[in-house]
Design a protein around this ligand. Structure first.
Ligand code: DC
Length: 222
């Protein structure tokens, strides 16, 4: 039977992953966080200056393995056989993930992994180019966004809740840079698919966002 695929795209910090995770659980689908795959590649090349056409880089990328496994429904990301799920959530890795995601060879490498997961599972897949490039025929496409200021506020709160210090202006600036990087790159930029439904969470709570997305999906698949 054909699998049900839901594509959720949007800028960094819009709440895609926490909302997608919760909605996927309610629906009994797997949640595929494609950002984690770019983060794994970013981690591999952290602190290295990478040149797209450099033979050394191409060789190293070809030898790199990125894999996703699920334990009790929770996604774990493996880089060269090692579970790096906890190591990829730093600001440095975020920036590097954004940098490596501009490289065509990196995108090609991750594309088949993403397509295969969608082919074999009912899933909610989140990222930047899922509705436009990876799953153009997804049954449901959602573009989830919020203002940069609201996203920065939420990010600061998350950082503070996890005991880290957060400077609002710095966080806002990082968000603006990443938005620009992700939406202005040449290959598969962050872009709303023509047939996606726009959900702006700037003025709605997390619970309302979850319900909105859940209801859109239920509506579309029935
Ligand atoms: O969703 P995230 O913040 O974990 O993603 C990290 C980076 O990976 C993001 O800045 C851009 C890139 N990315 C991408 O180019 N395409 C995707 N489908 C997902 C993420």
């Amino acid at each position: 039977m054909e699998k049900i695929n839901v594509a959720i795209d949007g800028p960094a910090g819009a709440g895609k992953s926490s909302i997608s995770k919760e909605v996927a659980k309610k629906l009994g689908y797997i949640y595929v966080d494609t950002g984690a795959m770019y983060r794994a590649v970013g981690l591999k090349f952290l602190d290295k200056s990478i040149e797209e056409n450099d033979a050394e880089f191409i060789k190293s990328l070809n030898e790199t393995t990125v894999d996703i496994k699920y334990t009790d429904g929770v996604q774990h990301i493996f880089l060269d056989g090692e579970d790096v799920s906890a190591l990829i959530r730093t600001q440095k890795v975020s920036q590097m993930a954004s940098d490596v995601s501009k490289i065509g060879l990196v995108r090609e490498k991750l594309l088949s992994l993403q397509k295969n997961l969608a082919k074999n599972n009912d899933c909610i897949m989140d990222g930047r180019d899922i509705g436009t490039t990876i799953l153009p025929d997804a049954k449901v496409k959602i573009f989830l966004t919020a203002s940069a200021e609201e996203r920065a506020k939420r990010r600061c709160k998350d950082l503070e809740n996890s005991g880290q210090s957060a400077d609002y202006e710095t966080v806002l600036n990082e968000i603006i840079i990443r938005d620009k990087n992700d939406s202005e790159r040449k290959i598969s930029p962050l872009k709303m698919a023509d047939d996606a439904i726009l959900v702006d969470t700037s003025h709605i709570s997390y619970e309302e966002s979850v319900n909105t997305i859940y209801n859109i999906i239920i509506d579309k698949i029935n």
